[in-house]
Write a new protein. Structure first.
Length: 94
């Protein structure tokens, strides 16, 4: 599944990554998916979503939305995947 959304960059890569995760959850819900595994190459975002660390910056609002949307899925998990791995698995066999 793929989706595209244009958004204005806030200047914070973590916020942009969290917004991308949030958008992915919206798309997954609209596609009526009940189980989801979300991978991100931003370890800080994965830790925030999984309540492994806290933040008092503007990202907390996006993380709060993501955590609220978790209830829309029967099974959902969020994982940090280093960039070298996260892009490799997207390559289709020839």
């Amino acid at each position: 599944m793929a989706a595209v959304k244009t958004t204005q960059f806030s200047g914070d890569v973590k916020v942009a990554e969290a917004e991308a995760v949030e958008w992915g959850l919206v798309v997954a819900k609209n596609a009526a998916l009940s189980s989801l595994m979300v991978e991100t190459d931003c370890q800080d975002v994965a830790k925030l979503i999984n309540n492994q660390e806290g933040s008092k910056t503007e990202i907390v609002w996006v993380i709060s939305e993501i955590q609220d949307q978790r209830k829309d899925f029967q099974h959902i998990s969020f994982h940090y995947t280093p960039r070298s791995v996260s892009y490799t698995h997207l390559t289709l066999p020839t």
